[in-house]
Design a protein around this ligand. Structure first.
Ligand code: GCB
Length: 620
């Protein structure tokens, strides 16, 4: 037995408090890495649904949950057929004769009576399959908003909270050869202690909003892996492979990046894990100008997992953001996971590609995927199309800072996001929240999230969209104490819309920014109804928004450390709080592109500014 040396003890303590991010401390999660790339049976398509505002399919008339009863039966998840005169049992629901919703897709945009619906909807999908002996199976949902109870063939698999991260259940041994059915109780009721909380500025779209599939894997399989450059070192590849299953220890795993001539055979330890660190001097680095991705192949016996991975470094030095060691300007735009043309949540690669193509047209090299984890496909597309990404968790406005369960929920969402995105070169920033109010409990909550993000991934920047305050001398102060812990001084700034007078008046403001870090404007903007015209002082007109952008860019140009921005927002989006009957009509109209896909005048202002910035920073 070897006794712990003082150095080992210190390392263990530092690891425990998250200060030393060893490869072993990097993002691990129960989720299968790159699950969509495994051998899958898609369960997308038509799912029958039952609207259940009183939750009669979940609770009996004494409000006892059926799935907690002795028999575990009685809920809609039994998927019983309705009774007829010959049958003794009364059944008052029937999935097969109920209407259907398309999955993936929110329910609000698929049936007019569901536009504002908040509550429970039951989904059912029947499918046939032939599970193979010796294989393992995982039922995987890209996202369900917000609380999901999942049942397979009448048996409960589990429950998940959080509307934007994947959920997965092992179903080995629970699948029939032949007919099967999955039932989901999806509930988008808002809660004070949830993440996000009850108050947001986006639509509370409910339902199974992302892909559903069953993934097949061998008995012992490659569950998780990371293949990235070491921190600030473009010539060293590092990461790990994690096997899961009875034969996980002492296995041989091969990592092959054929195009780069890199191949290594790894041996797993008793925990099924193999870490590596190897020289990689000839890699072409990923950047928006040249979004080079390498085919990466991991092999474990007969199992082959393939990914396309890019390699780049990201760091800050003083007020510079260094991409692959060179100063870059982040020409960004904020994006919601919504297709304004549906309007509703994006439903597939086409929708996602449309949004990112608009961003490219604008001249962006960067997107802020606000305010919650976006689709895994979006992250892969950003890799492919050459857009850096700010990825975020829905710690938004005022949540229950002192509630331990709320913190745990936020931390889990952050961990799952980092696990899902850790191999994507596009992601350069983890954002732990947006416009959170000053105060001690909040500072503790947020700094714990920052520590967690750094412990899981020490190679990317950590940020949050902060707030500012003004003094009567027209000075905008940015001094939120959370800024101390972040890599960017990133803040939202709404001069010319929520305060500061007309667009022409805002250039009088000067900035007083406390931290010597790259300055990043995570939001600015104002509403304009596309096609509504007036002058630069006519609120809601395209000309007002245009003047606001012209003057914002003038004003922001006075900040020496300005290294990027993600104005609010690419496209108009649905927001319940936006009630103006003429100009808003349930939409936040700060989009540079309208809800029918037309570009507003301000689009071209930002496009020209980005053209100049790209020239100045040599296109990076
Ligand atoms: C903000 C929020 C964003 C809102 C935006 C607005 O500061 O971060 O979610 O939609 O302002 O339009 O007010």
């Amino acid at each position: 037995m070897s006794l712990p040396t003082p150095a080992r003890l210190l390392a263990a303590v530092l690891c425990a408090v998250g200060l030393l991010a060893s490869p072993a401390a990097r993002a691990q999660s129960s989720l299968i890495q790159n699950a969509p790339a495994r051998r899958v049976l898609s369960l997308n398509g038509s799912w029958n649904y039952i609207i259940d505002p009183y939750e009669n399919g979940f609770y009996d008339y004494r409000r006892e949950a059926f799935d907690q009863s002795k028999s575990g039966k009685g809920g809609y998840y039994d998927n019983q057929k309705p009774s007829n005169a010959q049958e003794p049992e009364l059944i008052e629901y029937d999935f097969d004769h109920s209407a259907a919703l398309q999955v993936p897709g929110d329910w609000n945009s698929q049936d007019p009576k569901l536009l504002y619906y908040e509550g429970t909807i039951w989904y059912k999908k029947s499918f046939k399959m032939a599970p193979a002996a010796g294989k393992r199976y995982f039922l995987y949902f890209g996202a369900i908003n917000y609380e999901a109870h999942v049942y397979l063939n009448g048996k409960k698999l589990g429950m998940h909270r959080g509307g934007f991260t994947p959920l997965q259940f092992e179903v080995t041994g629970q699948l029939n050869s032949g007919d099967n059915f999955v039932v989901v109780k999806a509930d988008n009721t808002r809660h004070l202690d949830a993440v996000p909380t009850i108050n947001t500025d986006w639509w509370n779209y409910g339902g199974i909003t992302r892909d559903v599939f069953i993934a097949e894997a061998p008995g012992t399989f490659i569950k998780d892996y990371e293949v990235q450059l070491a921190k600030n070192d473009p010539t060293t590849l590092m990461g790990y492979v994690q096997l899961n299953g009875p034969a996980k220890s002492g296995q041989t795993v091969t990592l092959n990046i054929a195009e780069a001539g890199l191949k290594q055979t790894l041996k797993t330890d008793t925990a099924g894990r193999a870490t590596f660190r190897m020289p990689a001097k000839k890699l072409s680095l990923w950047s928006p100008q040249s979004p080079k991705l390498y085919a990466v192949t991991l092999t474990n016996g007969g199992e082959v997992v393939q990914d396309k991975i890019g390699f780049r470094t990201i760091a800050t030095r003083g007020q510079d953001i260094l991409l692959n060691g060179k100063s870059a300007f982040m020409r960004g735009i904020s994006i919601h996971d919504e297709n304004p043309l549906i309007p509703g949540r994006t439903r597939g690669e086409g929708d996602l590609r449309m949004l990112l193509t608009w961003a490219k047209e604008l001249g962006c090299n960067y997107v802020r995927l606000a305010h919650y984890p976006h689709n895994e496909t979006m992250l892969k597309l950003a890799d492919e199309m050459g857009l850096m990404v700010w990825a975020e968790v829905p710690v938004y406005w005022t949540i229950a800072w002192e509630n331990q369960a709320t913190y745990q929920n936020a931390e889990t969402q952050l961990s799952d996001l980092i696990s899902m995105g850790k191999n994507r070169a596009s992601i350069v920033v983890w954002s732990v929240g947006n416009e959170t109010p000053l105060g001690d409990p909040r500072l503790k909550f947020m700094t714990n999230l920052v520590k967690k993000a750094r412990a899981l991934d020490d190679t990317r920047l950590v940020a949050a969209a902060l707030e500012l305050h003004r003094t009567p001398d027209n000075v905008i102060h940015v001094d939120d104490p959370l800024g101390e812990y972040l890599d960017l001084t990133s803040f939202n700034e709404y001069a010319g819309w929520y305060w500061g007078g007309m667009p022409g008046e805002i250039t009088k403001y000067k900035f007083d920014i406390k931290y010597n870090k790259p300055v990043f404007i995570s939001e600015f903007g104002g509403d304009a109804l596309a096609g509504y015209h007036g002058d630069a002082n006519t609120r809601w007109s395209e000309e007002y928004q245009e003047a606001l952008y012209v003057n914002q860019l003038k004003m922001l140009g006075t900040i020496p450390g300005l290294r990027g921005m993600t104005p609010w927002i690419l496209a108009d989006f649905r927001a319940t709080r936006r009630q103006h009957p003429v100009y808003q009509n349930g939409f936040n109209r700060k989009g540079l592109i309208s809800s029918t896909g037309t570009k507003k005048k301000a689009f071209y202002v930002l496009q020209e500014y980005y053209r100049q910035q790209a020239a100045k920073y040599n296109g990076k």
